[in-house]
Design a protein around this ligand. Structure first.
Ligand SMILES: Cc1ncc(COP(=O)(O)O)c(C=O)c1O
Length: 397
């Protein structure tokens, strides 16, 4: 056994989150794609079966009340809240991340214009996941704003009294770079603008501190580190002090103060329900609720500590096993700039990833030349990491 393999064994033996792996449905594949689709928590199938067979099949319409379907978006929002550092009553679950980016960004521009109607610029992360960029462009056209795509580090330099809202990613989906949420949020506020954060690649992997850092609005998906299942609903956070002024661009009947009043005039609900649109997608929402059980007794700080240990160890194994110069790491080495993934640039990345998957090491490929490996601390162990690096080295040799 190599020195690294022996060390992996020791690290796994003392891993305080090691027992969590047994709460997931996994096989002997090294699954490093939880930053794309989280693994299935073992509790989910039985709960979904109950939702379908009993709640829907037997109780039918009664389940909106008797199975608490109606209140699910806020109830599940409150389960996610502590994972992103939010007090209860500020997170609502529903719709896709894309739709919530739209609500949050147009909502942020409208908030800015309540006090300063002349604000006419939206700043967006130029390196963003594409959907955020497309929606920001449309939001700018709809609100009569100019869109300024800027790398996150350059954002402070372009802020001014024309900035209405800034849309940023907490962790870059391609490189795994962790951006400075507290510092950038403070800079946005100093310019009198509103900060909207996309937490897709940070929620469930590291502390976010939404309340602590005064974030205005945030969105995120639940199918990556929160393991909610394919296409599980996203969430929207609106800071409590802003909720009464949040003017959603998608006011559906579910966000009405009196949804069953069937009134022709729109009166927004107060609190988190104001972020709703239409009928909640109950099946996937309740699958997500079951999936969140794996977080019982887990601290995000422990998850972060293990995530950094896993990614450090992967970098060490890659440096030891992979021939020098064969890959280049795009993920920052500094802990304060690293999310929970490692991105390696490599010429024939698409083909390499295909061969890794054939050998039981699943990461993903991001065009044009990036191998992406996500480390989900709840179910990835150190032996997995050592094996992944060893198989990578063999494949690249
Ligand atoms: C940063 C980021 N935003 C948004 C999305 C996707 O949004 P949606 O759930 O609407 O497909 C992803 C998907 O991977 C993402 O990485």
């Amino acid at each position: 056994m190599s020195e690294l393999a022996a060390r992996a064994e020791k690290l796994d033996a003392t891993d305080e989150l090691g027992g969590k792996r047994g709460e997931f449905v996994l096989d002997d594949v090294v699954y490093l794609d939880g930053n794309s689709l989280g693994a299935l928590p073992a509790v989910v199938p039985g709960r979904v079966e109950d939702v379908v067979r009993r709640q829907w099949g037997e109780l039918r319409i009664r389940s909106w009340e008797e199975s608490d379907w109606w209140t699910a978006p806020e109830r599940i929002g409150d389960r996610i809240a502590p994972l992103v550092g939010a007090a209860p009553g500020q997170v609502v679950v529903g719709d896709s991340t894309s739709v919530n980016v739209f609500k949050a960004l147009v909502g942020a521009v409208r908030l800015a214009r309540l006090t300063d109607p002349a604000r006419d610029e939206i700043v967006v992360d130029a390196t963003t996941f594409p959907t955020d960029g497309y929606i920001a462009e449309s939001a700018a056209r709809l609100t009569g704003c100019t869109l300024r795509p800027v790398a996150p580090a350059d954002v402070p330099a372009v802020l001014g009294d024309r900035t209405a809202a800034v849309l940023l990613n907490h962790v870059d989906y391609r490189t795994g770079r962790l951006h400075d949420l507290p510092g950038l949020t403070a800079a946005v506020h100093a310019a009198g603008a509103y900060a909207v954060w996309d937490l897709c690649h940070s929620a469930g992997a590291l502390p976010v501190g939404l309340d602590e850092h005064g974030v205005d609005l945030a969105v995120g998906c639940t199918y990556k580190y929160l393991n909610g299942g394919p296409g599980s609903p996203a969430y929207l956070y609106v800071r409590r002090e802003l909720q009464d002024r949040f003017d959603s661009p998608l006011p559906g009947w579910n966000s009405h103060a009196e949804p069953f009043g069937m009134r022709t005039d729109y009166e927004p609900a107060s609190g988190a329900p104001r972020g709703r649109v239409g009928t909640p997608d109950i099946l996937s929402m309740l699958a997500l609720e079951a999936a969140l059980d794996v977080w019982d007794g887990v601290s995000v700080e422990a998850v972060r500590a293990k995530s950094l240990a896993l990614t450090d160890f992967f970098l060490e194994c890659v440096a030891e096993y992979v021939p020098a110069g064969r890959v280049a790491c795009l993920t920052p080495v500094a802990h304060e700039e690293r999310g929970s993934q490692i991105a390696l640039r490599c010429d024939d990345a698409g083909d390499v990833m295909k061969r890794l998957i054939e050998q039981g090491v699943v990461g993903d490929f991001r065009a044009p030349d990036v191998l992406r490996f996500g480390f989900t601390p709840l179910y990835v162990g150190f032996a997995d990491v050592e094996r992944a690096a060893r198989v990578l080295a063999r494949t690249l040799a």
